[in-house]
Design a protein around this ligand. Structure first.
Ligand code: NDP
Length: 479
């Protein structure tokens, strides 16, 4: 690789780092996205340059044509996806795009491996000599991690689309998965020292297929509230696969970009596990929702459901000193964030202190509530993290739960047999009174009954969140 290309690639890596830095705040996220995209474009253009005897040596016209076609097709699909996808379907889109990234990383490594393993087929295009372990190991790693990220993400996508109702489990599943993993590791070990010839290509294809299957087998038993953690984990796998590709084809920008995605995905995974009080191993091998009690509609919950009308709820809110709003997925479905801000402003004018309690996995993607409330111009200082607000929840006059369910389910604290037992929740049940806004008694994402709805101090305001909030705002103004 020429020194000019190396220097430009280091510049590209800097753009990626700046992009991530800017992405860390909603205010600068758009600029961050553009900076990272500019880095990607420069990286693509600079790599079209033919560079001696490597896989890019078909000639630059050929390379530029191929890459231009790739960019145009990618732009069309990306723009169409971004314009048409609903905010509530973002996690599916993230899972799908992440899967494609993993698949692409696996294909780059596979092409490079097969190319080197069968020199007879591509005579003259490679430097002479056996591929070294230092090259083979990253290629195998990228193929393994990238392909399981691809198939796992597709299953995650289908699950989030509601194509599979329950986590799919059977006795001995972890044992079988363990055997497949052992076979993959064994094949990778053998290939490290036998990386050329027909047998190597066959063994490589078997390993690739097993890795694809392992991705499916790994994600199938996972479900319910564990899905966001899995998506984040697969995201970090894709990053690691891209970084390994970078080592295999000697590309600094890919090493840096992959490491950034890999490390941020790993950090996010660990933070989400911490937020849900579940070790990663438990998420991967615990088969969320396959057992336990608390299914919606199972009955047996103590207490009765007490509906409330908007007028009565407005009186409670208007004469409260402190109100905490707990937004959830239902607020996103109803697109009610602007009405929430209006209500909070209206209450603020009357001297009511309004805060928003943010659960780390509320909604369907990390930061989902922050993004929606920021879009509606709710001031940042009113958004309070779960750990900060929980200790003072018993001093809250009215807790207004808007389309949240799992993240306020006290079963997570009280019912050891519940699948979500141990997951930290926002303690809405500890407030002096709680109003829950939702359309019916239907369960949330985890599919389990919510004991909060039956508590003595809870009232249910049934209806679409946006319509109910409009009625609330009108009633508060009239008070
Ligand atoms: P939940 O999915 O637990 O509950 C949402 C509630 O919103 C439902 O009970 C539904 O009840 C109600 N709802 C839906 N539409 C409307 C509407 N138009 N108006 C009013 N209410 C509505 O949401 P939470 O935010 O409490 O919890 C998030 C869940 O999603 C967790 O289990 C989390 O693990 C999981 N998850 C989170 C991801 C993330 O990264 N944040 C990603 C993937 C999953 P009804 O139908 O009766 O109206």
């Amino acid at each position: 690789m020429s020194s000019t290309v190396s220097i430009v690639l280091i510049g590209v890596a800097v753009l990626f780092i700046l992009g991530i830095k800017f992405l860390s705040s909603p205010k600068t996220a758009r600029v961050g996205n553009l900076i990272a995209a500019a880095g990607m474009l420069i990286g693509l253009i600079i790599l079209c340059k033919p560079d001696g005897a490597n896989i890019w040596s078909q000639g630059w016209t050929f390379n530029y044509t191929l890459i231009a076609i790739g960019i145009l097709v990618g732009l069309a699909i990306g723009a169409l996806g971004a314009y048409s996808v609903k905010m509530t379907a973002m996690p599916q889109m993230v899972a799908l795009f992440n899967g494609l990234g993993g698949g692409a990383a696996a294909l780059v490594a596979s092409l490079e491996f097969i190319h080197r393993a069968s020199p007879a087929k591509m005579a003259g295009t490679l430097p002479p000599g056996e591929p070294t372990a230092a090259l083979t190991i990253p290629m195998l790693f990228a193929t393994l991690i990238g392909s399981l990220s691809f198939s796992g993400s597709i299953i995650a996508y289908l699950k989030l689309e509601g194509k599979f109702e329950k986590p799919m489990t059977f006795p001995g599943q972890n044992f079988l998965n363990g055997l497949i993993l052992l076979a993959i590791i064994g094949l990778c070990g053998w290939l490290t020292f036998n990386a050329t010839g027909g047998d190597a290509v066959t063994a490589f294809i078997v390993m690739f297929s097993l890795a694809l299957f392992f991705g499916i087998a790994m994600v199938m038993p996972i479900g319910g509230a564990d899905m966001p953690v899995v998506i984040s984990l697969l995201n970090s796998f894709t990053g690691l696969a891209v970084a390994a590709d970078g080592f295999a084809i000697n590309n600094t920008a890919m090493i840096v970009a992959g490491t950034l995605v890999g490390s941020s995905g790993t950090l996010l995974t660990l933070l989400m596990c911490k937020a849900m009080n579940r070790p990663v191993t438990n998420v991967l091998f615990g088969a969320f929702g396959s057992g336990g009690s608390g299914k919606a509609g199972a009955g047996g919950v103590a207490g009765t459901v007490k509906p409330i009308q908007a007028d009565e709820a407005a009186v409670l809110l208007a004469y409260a000193q402190r109100v905490v709003v707990v937004p959830g997925y239902g607020m996103a479905v109803a697109q009610a964030q602007h009405q929430v801000r209006e209500l909070s402003e209206e209450l603020g004018k009357r001297g009511v202190e309004v805060q928003f309690a943010i659960h780390p996995v509320a909604g369907r993607m990390p930061g989902h509530m922050n993004v929606l409330l920021a879009e509606a111009n709710v001031p940042y200082d009113q958004l309070i993290e779960m750990e900060q607000i929980n200790p003072s929840m018993d001093r809250v006059d009215v807790c207004l739960v808007i389309g949240a369910n799992d993240v306020v389910n006290p079963a997570a604290r009280e019912d050891k047999s519940s699948p979500i037992y141990g997951m930290p929740i926002i303690d809405a049940d500890r407030c002096k009174s709680t109003i829950v806004m939702k359309r019916s008694m239907a369960a949330g994402f985890a599919g389990i009954e919510n004991h909060l709805f039956y508590k003595d101090n809870t009232r249910m305001l049934f209806g679409d969140a946006k319509a109910s909030l409009n009625a609330l705002v009108a009633a508060v103004k009239a008070n």
